[in-house]
Design a protein around this ligand. Structure first.
Ligand code: DGL
Length: 301
């Protein structure tokens, strides 16, 4: 079989770059195509219908660009669109590929929630876990349902953080305004359950706020503990980002699925596509990545 296929990585905007970086570190040999639907971000405040329609357009586009596998590096898309795409659209897409080109390989779409959830039980000591995510991911209850399946004894609280993605997409995530809104949502989730010792970033954009979040948590505990010692509170909170977890999971998937692995080309390249202005994407993305990038504009429909 000729190795001509790539791995597609999709997000509503810049957040998926945190996943792409980790995947490329773990699996540098493959060729990647990143697509950010920045023009229509954020997805997290849209309804199911819209998120599903946008995500399916992106997946079909990446398939048309020779991606054998597409990683939805977006929790909102994973929560709202992955299952429907896997169950309803993929069989039809694969069938069409087969009848139009009998040599054509199969395509698949993978999400980011399951690999994240699997890591949580071994990290928490108190058994109290917080999920920080977009309103759409929170309302889908995907994290709660998946965690209940593998660790029914955990106590899970969720917090929607609708202003974090717009702050990041606007490049405002290190401003005093960002610090204020980071504090607001962290305060709300810790008020729901003060015993939380593990906070999951259930949105791929949030690692870009990690410094601000960890800084707020450290300061908050210092102040609160000295003024009002609360023995029932966790003394340290671990924040979990998804990049390495998703990368490990993809590596494992490829080792179990030679039918995908063996058609992936190995040039170590990565190309970037955006539905926004290409120069604007290139400039902002370069701030998050270890080397500068040059993106290309595309339209999705
Ligand atoms: N990075 C997406 C996620 O993981 C962002 C969502 C958005 O566009 O609101 O959920």
């Amino acid at each position: 079989m000729r190795r001509i296929m790539k791995i597609g990585v999709f997000d509503s905007g810049y957040g998926g770059l945190t996943i792409l970086e980790a995947i490329r570190k773990e699996l540098p040999q493959y060729d990647y195509l990143y697509l950010g639907d920045n023009a229509r971000a954020p997805y997290g405040t849209h309804s199911f219908d819209v998120i599903y329609r946008y995500t399916l357009q992106a997946v079909k586009y990446l398939f048309s660009q020779d991606c054998a596998l597409v990683i939805l590096a977006c929790n909102t898309a994973s929560a709202k669109a992955l299952r429907t795409i896997q169950q309803k659209d993929l069989p039809e897409i694969n069938y069409q590929l087969q009848i139009t080109n009998y040599k054509s390989s199969k395509r698949n779409v993978l999400g980011v929630i399951r690999p994240t959830v699997e890591a949580v039980p071994s990290i928490t000591k108190t058994g109290h876990v917080g999920i920080l995510a977009t309103p759409a991911t929170v309302s889908s209850e995907s994290y709660v349902l998946e965690l209940e399946k593998i660790a029914p004894d955990l106590t899970i609280s969720q917090q929607a953080c609708p202003l974090w993605v717009p702050l990041i997409e606007a490049g405002e995530h290190h401003t005093p305004g960002a610090k204020y809104f980071v504090g607001e949502y962290l305060r709300q989730i810790l008020a729901k359950d003060p015993k939380i010792d593990t906070l999951v970033f259930g949105c791929t954009h949030y690692p870009l706020l990690k410094e601000v979040i960890d800084g707020w948590l450290a300061y908050h505990y210092q102040i609160e503990e000295s003024e009002f010692p609360k023995p029932q509170k966790a003394t340290h909170i671990t924040t979990i980002a998804q990049g390495e977890l998703v990368a490990d999971s993809l590596k494992n998937y490829l080792s179990r699925h030679p039918e995908y692995r063996e058609q992936l080309s190995q040039g170590g390249s990565c190309h970037y596509l955006t539905t926004e202005n290409a120069d604007r994407f290139s400039q902002s993305a370069s701030l998050f990545l270890s080397s500068p990038v040059q993106a290309e504009h595309i339209d999705l429909e």
